[in-house]
Write a protein that binds this ligand. Structure first.
Ligand SMILES: *Cc1c(COP(=O)(O)O)cnc(C)c1O
Length: 370
């Protein structure tokens, strides 16, 4: 397809999502699909489901389910569908998305315990170990991989070891990292991983997905606390109907996602994308350092996805002026979300390349008004 008639975006979205997408991803949305026809079910949905499983593990033990809605809908579908009626969830939280896991669980009246390590600290692994030892009622443990609130990368592998040594089911919200950071589900012991279309795979918003250990998902029939967010039913319908969704699927978004997956493969897969994001991130951090703007987190906790910067202390600084000046120059950044410090955030995922980050830094250096 010729993309000449697809307009340039007025600015890059340097946010946690939705993200800047390629013209070719946007272009494939220019046609309509029958949701019951094999062109769509076999030609698009099943290809995506198989592709996701391949990205997750080559063990053959995993399956995937797509779910309408934003990422949170898939998180709610997973928690509400995989915890048995007498299940108990331990949430390791260190930011807004970790808190949301607990909020969902509480709203669904699931017995929930939260270990909140605060926004700038990683989960306490000794406490996790001792809690799992002393409270056998806990059935499931959940954590966010990249806590987008700060950009913190949580140690899902170390957590997985402890969770698995106690034979608990392990649920990971890898919304803002899957596709951008290599994750071997089998090796880490993840039973359910949740992500969405509009993050590191670089599709457009409209649905999320769960990659599940088949053996674990099969045990969850009838557990769901919601009809539309019933993960098992959605999976069963997709399996038996070869790509059929229970209710209207976001066809254009799904088609765009298939294109995004093709482009991920063309780029060289997750490892190569991880390298690009890492390069974007280091150009960003080094450039900001040069103008005296420091990161909230120390480097070893920091993801190559999104970075929290401490707002300049100068009395002439204000976020709105920075935001609108940068927006005029083609870059949208994001406000901070932590209580421990005044911060703002800059994401470097999506259809964004090292040259774009260099251009951001050049603009940043030109506009310093504080
Ligand atoms: C983006 C994101 C979500 C989902 O947010 P939605 O607004 O529902 O798409 C969940 N968890 C994390 C860590 C995220 O970054």
């Amino acid at each position: 397809m010729n993309n000449d008639n697809i307009p340039d975006n007025p600015y890059f979205l340097l946010t946690p999502g939705p993200l800047s997408t390629s013209k070719s991803v946007k272009a494939v949305m220019l046609r309509d699909w029958c949701t019951w026809d094999e062109d769509y079910n076999l030609g698009v949905v099943e290809k995506i489901r198989t592709g996701l499983i391949k990205l997750a593990s080559d063990s053959g033990e995993y399956t995937s389910v797509l779910m309408q809605g934003s990422g949170t809908f898939s998180v709610e579908a997973a928690i509400g569908s995989v915890l048995p009626p007498n299940g108990k969830l331990l949430v390791l939280a260190n930011g807004a998305y970790g808190k949301r896991l607990a909020q969902i669980s509480n709203r669904l009246k699931i017995e929930t315990i939260v270990h909140d390590s605060g926004e700038v600290k990683q989960p306490d692994l000794e406490l996790l170990e001792s809690t799992l030892k002393s409270d056998p009622a806990i059935t499931h443990v959940t954590v966010v991989h990249c806590e987008t609130t700060t950009g913190m990368l949580n140690p899902i592998e170390e957590i997985g070891k402890i969770v698995k040594s106690h034979k608990k089911v392990y649920i990971v919200d890898a919304m803002s990292s899957f596709g951008g950071i290599p994750i071997d589900l089998q090796k880490i012991g993840i039973d359910f991983l949740i992500s969405s279309a509009n993050k590191c795979i670089q599709g457009v918003p409209g649905f999320g997905f769960v990659i599940a250990k088949k053996e674990e998902l099969e045990k969850t029939k009838g557990f769901a606390r919601s009809l539309s967010l019933d993960l098992y039913d959605q999976w069963k319908t997709m399996e038996d109907g070869h790509g059929k969704w229970r209710f209207t699927s976001p066809t254009h978004t799904v088609r765009a996602f298939m294109q995004a997956m093709i482009e991920l493969e063309e780029e060289g897969g997750i490892e190569k994308r991880y390298q690009r994001y890492s390069e974007n991130h280091s150009i960003l951090v080094n450039g900001m350092k040069e103008i005296g703007v420091k990161c909230l987190l120390s480097e070893e906790m920091q993801s190559p996805i999104i970075t929290s910067f401490i707002s300049p202390g100068s009395p002439t600084y204000n976020f709105n002026q920075l935001y609108y000046t940068l927006k005029e120059r083609g870059f949208v950044i994001y406000p901070g979300k932590v209580s421990v410090a005044d911060t703002f955030r800059i994401g470097n995922i999506g259809h964004i390349y090292p040259d774009d980050m260099r251009s951001l830094i050049k603009n940043m250096q030109e506009i310093v008004f504080w």
